[in-house]
Design a protein around this ligand. Structure first.
Ligand code: ATP
Ligand code: MG
Length: 420
């Protein structure tokens, strides 16, 4: 062990778990790539102000969880705590919304940073795969994104996840509801912090995890009873499209994203095997966000799925992914001349698309065969001076133990045939 350890709240991805991680990232994004979403990559840090406005001054993310820093040049930056604000910023900066093809559909994958209290499933560095559809208001677009997330989870073999769904209304009906909720909340027995929240972010109070608060919320006005006709119709269409696609959901009238520019459709995916860190993904419509960061009106919808928690969910369900073998052929030279010749064969095999490894470090036959078995390879190539003098190598099937000579000039073609 070295003197150093990974920082608190972080962990390293190392083989073989890292392979699962890669496969999960891949599976979560595959449905997006088949649905017209283009890949976007933004910097790991942005101006603090972007997140203050784009995520919201009153959110836990901005008030407590951001890693901020001042550069030597005096810029106030933050490590990105989430993806939506950056992706929208990038789309606006490149004028993607002016190319005449709305919605602009983008997906991303990367590291995010939040100063949280570390627990299982809650880290200070974590990974998300996300998607944003910018510049269109259409219930089919909301439904599309939800369906793509469900299909992604299912493609991994996950079963015990649930979709929670709600509508947050729009700029017509939400203010009326917000006022009604504020009036209700002001009559409750709440601590000072929560009282302050009533003024700046009252919907968030509905989301309070404490039982003493939840008890008092019985009888609180609910957004779903205050939706205007347009929002009701929109939500009904989203629900119908999901049902038609065979996607089950649960209505959760308390599911909120408290910020004013989050509108209409809001949803969360929860997994029942993860204890209190149960949210594996979430998203919704954010029709007012573009204007909040200085852009034009661009109604949009998106989601972010947590890769770390999805991996934990797979473990909780006992799902083992079928990963391709990282090594198919392991090559064991006996002696200097064989070393040079077989190293050439290794390169040829790799160029032919066959995952191949080599017994490095001048190991003896016994140790080299141990490495071959440990590598997970199906075949080993073994050759010494006598084999090479006859223009051959020994090809060993590591599953059956059978071994036979193959002409050196034939070995690539032979392995191609066997592994096809
Ligand atoms: P939570 O309620 O658990 O704090 P959140 O609402 O902050 O989640 P989002 O901002 O919606 O989460 O992020 C989307 C997804 O990213 C979450 O559903 C979760 O799977 C994952 N995620 C968020 N924060 C963390 C974290 N600190 N560590 C690991 N995964 C996280
Ligand atoms: Mg959080």
């Amino acid at each position: 062990m070295s003197t150093f350890k990974a920082p608190k709240g972080t962990y390293d991805l190392i083989p073989p778990v890292s392979e699962t991680f890669l496969a999960v990232r891949d599976a979560l994004s595959a449905p997006l790539r088949r649905a017209g979403y283009g890949y976007v990559e933004t910097p790991g840090f942005e101006s603090v102000e972007l997140f203050a406005r784009g995520v919201g001054e009153s959110t836990d993310i901005v008030t407590k969880e951001m890693y901020t820093l001042t550069t030597k040049g005096g810029d106030e930056l933050a490590l990105r705590p989430e993806g939506t604000a950056s992706v929208l910023r990038a789309a606006l900066e490149a004028s993607l919304h002016k190319a005449g093809n709305l919605p602009v559909k983008l997906w991303y994958s990367g590291s995010y940073y939040r100063y949280e209290r570390p627990q299982k499933g809650r880290y200070r560095h974590f990974s998300q795969v996300g998607a944003e559809a910018i510049g269109a208001e259409d219930p089919a677009l909301d439904a599309e994104l939800i369906i793509l997330a469900v299909d992604a989870y299912k493609s991994l073999g996950l079963r015990n996840f649930r979709l929670l769904l709600n509508s947050l209304g729009d700029k017509e009906c939400r203010p009326v509801y917000r006022a009604a909720l504020q009036e209700f909340l002001r009559g409750l027995d709440l601590d000072e912090d929560t009282r302050r929240r009533i003024d700046i972010n009252p919907l968030r109070v509905l989301d309070d995890k404490r039982e003493a608060v939840q008890k008092q919320l019985t009888g609180a006005p609910m957004m779903r009873d205050h939706l205007c006709e347009a929002c009701k119709a929109y939500h009904e269409q989203v629900r119908e499209l999901l049902t038609a696609a065979g996607v089950e959901f649960e209505d959760d009238p308390k599911l909120v994203r408290g910020l004013d520019y989050y509108t209409r459709t809001t949803f969360e995916f929860v997994h029942d095997g993860l204890g209190s860190q149960s949210a594996v993904g979430g998203g919704g419509r954010y029709d007012g966000l573009s204007e909040m960061i200085g852009g034009p009106e661009l109604p949009s919808v998106g989601w972010a799925l947590g890769v770390d928690r999805t991996v934990l969910a797979l473990e909780a369900e006992g799902v083992e992914l079928q990963l391709p073998a990282s090594t198919q052929v392991f090559t064991v030279p006996l002696g200097e001349e064989a070393r040079r010749t077989l190293f050439g064969v290794v390169t040829e095999l790799r160029r032919a698309g066959i995952a191949t490894d080599f017994a490095y470090g001048g190991k003896g036959l016994k140790n080299a065969m141990k490495s071959a078995n440990r590598s997970g390879a199906r075949y080993a190539i073994v050759a010494g001076e006598r084999d090479l003098a006859e223009g051959a190598v020994q090809l060993k099937d590591l599953q059956s133990g059978e071994q036979a000579p193959v002409a050196l000039g034939e070995i690539v073609a032979e392995l191609r045939r066997k592994l096809a």
